[in-house]
Write a protein that binds this ligand. Structure first.
Ligand code: PGA
Length: 249
């Protein structure tokens, strides 16, 4: 049985002081020993948040990372910095990074490989635009993203990682994918993993849904056989996040 993983994606929110306050507010609400809970936070918040979650069940993740070890890359964050700061996860290929920062699948594949090299667990995002959904090419597009982003990733590595399916039209819009739409794509992702690797790897990899998941719709989404958790933006900054972590089975 796969363990559910509920991750907050704080995006570009929370100063270090606000971050500490939010961790304190959520502390008693996110206590569910049956679920992996992760706060993916802005780079500058990693150190204070790692400190603030000490002694709790919460792990910390970065929202992005560069592909080089160190050197003349002004403004970038190296994987070793994230590891040394105490984070265990890193979001790779969020649609906002693909769109606003022109991150390509080729580049994201390098990031995935680099994360594994440093022992970080990637939360690899994929998702289609509204135009693609309306054109009926969603599943083809998602398969292409997954296959491109996982080039040279071993079965053992893939089995340990997390994939987040986030339809772009559902992110931050309040327009959630229907349970059927979310399950259909998460199932197709698992089938793609089985195709690239094998059935055991597909059984083991955890697939999240993301895109306006909230306290109201989480129970139904998380009840789906191929949805192993959520990547949560807006609702991760509110007490609602605790309700999602403690979803009703
Ligand atoms: P949202 O964001 O929950 O605010 O839609 C999800 C995400 O972008 O990861």
């Amino acid at each position: 049985m796969r363990r559910k993983i509920i991750a907050g994606n704080w995006k570009m929110n929370m100063t270090p002081s606000e971050a500490k306050e939010l961790v304190a507010t959520l502390k008693d609400l996110v206590n569910n020993p049956e679920v992996d809970v992760v706060y993916c936070v802005p780079a500058i918040d990693i150190v204070p948040v790692v400190e603030a979650v000490k002694g709790t069940n919460v792990e910390v993740g970065a929202e992005n990372m560069y592909i080089e070890e160190k050197g003349a890359y002004t403004g970038e964050i190296a994987p070793a910095m994230i590891v040394d700061a105490g984070a265990k996860y890193v979001i790779i290929g969020h649609s906002e990074r693909r769109e606003y920062f022109n991150e390509t699948d080729e580049f994201l594949n390098k990031k995935v490989l680099k994360a594994f090299e440093h022992g970080l667990t990637p939360i690899l995002c994929c998702g289609e635009s509204l135009e693609q959904r309306e054109a009926g090419v969603t599943l083809d597009w998602i398969r292409l993203q997954i296959k491109s982003d996982l080039q040279n990733v071993t079965a053992e590595q893939a089995a340990s990682m997390v994939i987040a399916y986030e339809p772009i039209w559902a992110i931050g819009t309040g327009r959630t994918a229907t349970t059927e739409q979310a399950e259909e794509v998460c199932k197709a992702i698992r089938e793609t993993i089985a195709e690239i690797y094998d059935a055991a790897t597909a059984e083991s990899i955890r697939i999240q849904y993301g895109g306006s998941m909230n306290a109201k719709n989480c129970d139904e989404l998380l009840a789906q056989p191929n949805i192993d958790g959520g990547l949560i933006g807006g609702a991760s900054l509110k007490p609602d996040f605790g309700r999602i972590v403690n979803y009703q089975k």
